[in-house]
Design a protein around this ligand. Structure first.
Ligand code: TXA
Ligand code: MG
Length: 324
């Protein structure tokens, strides 16, 4: 067991976090999507520590977080599509999977020895400040035990990883609330995971994007069926039911049953995404491990696509081993 320090995102807190990272330690930090579990992407001991702290299968590669496009270009080869998307959406919730440059010094554990690398420039000011204070690339998966609900608050990180990591930088709740969109740009453009940037917005810049086909080889383990699993059973596209905790959406969901958590009373998909993981945790706590959660239908466009993707995985039958 390690004693996990909670750090404020002020100058002393950031300096301490950077010092921990330089010695190969792990620091959870806020991004605009979810909290990440950061380690030096060039240090195999740090990266192995990330897999170990999460209990994550080794074959899952990690996203490299950098401060800006210039830093990203030292690790990955950008074509005109990648440049256009970086100009439009970075910093922000878009991860690009691109050809890896040779001899970049990245640990082979980060890319799981693939010849591609997933890279993103987070927009959160604390993530930006941390990368700059550390002065290098951070490998960072979501800061949760493998297969469980991703953390959107520092206390969620502490609940899952306290005693297993050196520190948590507390930057408050995450604004976007679902993970970044992952887009493969090796050959044809392919959506590997829907997320914070809507596919419609990407297609508006680079034209049609292929969807991952079920049964196709697994390229992003976020595609594993079961993920984000609550302990309670979750049913989708439901109305409220007696004895279930209901995750509602839109006006009028309150007061129908004993417990309703409304993802967005106003019917805003952006607000629903920001509330999703916290309310899923709350619903799980209220329902108890033998209980049930029902979730209202969510419109399947824009960031709603990412919400439905996460809900579908949370409701899927669970394998023995977890994923990201
Ligand atoms: O919003 C996010 O993306 C958050 C924050 C912390 O930045 N991070 C995150 O990381 O969700 P993680 O590790 O939970 O999910 C990363 C996904 C995995 O599904 C992984 O398989 C995929 O990225 N990935 C990483 N490298 C890849 C590669 N070279 N090719 C294809 N998929 C890759
Ligand atoms: Mg994850």
């Amino acid at each position: 067991m390690t004693r996990t320090e909670t750090l404020l995102p002020d100058a002393p807190g950031l300096a301490r976090a950077a010092q921990i990272l330089r010695t190969g330690g792990l620091v959870a930090f806020p991004t605009e999507t979810v909290y990440g579990l950061g380690g030096d992407a060039r240090n195999s001991r740090a990266v192995a520590g990330i897999y170990e702290a999460k209990g994550r299968p080794r074959f899952n590669p990690l996203i490299v977080h950098v401060a800006d496009l210039a830093m990203a270009e030292t690790f990955a080869v950008f074509d005109s599509r990648a440049r256009a998307l970086a100009a439009a959406f970075w910093p922000g919730p878009l991860t690009l999977v691109l050809p890896l440059r040779p001899d970049t010094g990245l640990s082979p554990l980060v890319t799981a020895e693939l010849d591609t690398v997933a890279i993103r420039v987070p927009a959160h000011p604390v993530a930006q400040a941390l990368i700059r204070a550390f002065g290098g690339p951070l490998a960072a998966p979501s800061a949760n035990p493998s297969g469980r609900v991703s953390p959107t608050r520092a206390e969620h990180v502490a609940q899952g990883l306290s005693g297993r990591i050196a520190a948590i930088l507390d930057g408050g709740p995450c604004a976007v609330g679902v993970e970044s969109t992952i887009l493969g740009l090796v050959g044809e453009a392919k959506l590997l995971r829907p997320g914070g940037v809507a596919m419609e917005e990407i297609e508006a810049r680079i034209g049609p994007v292929a969807l991952h086909q079920p049964g196709e080889a697994l390229t992003a383990p976020g595609q594993l069926a079961s993920h984000y699993a609550p302990a309670a059973a979750l049913s989708l596209n439901c109305g409220p039911e007696p004895d279930a905790v209901h995750l509602g959406f839109g006006p009028g969901a309150e007061g129908i049953v004993r417990v309703t958590l409304n993802l967005s009373p106003a019917g805003s998909l952006t607000e629903a995404a920001a509330n999703l993981f916290h309310m899923l945790r709350e619903a799980d706590r209220l329902a108890g491990p033998k209980g049930r959660i029902t979730a209202a239908p969510i419109p399947d466009h824009g960031i709603g696509r990412a919400i439905n993707d996460r809900l579908a995985r949370a409701a899927a039958p669970r394998p023995q081993d977890g994923s990201a």
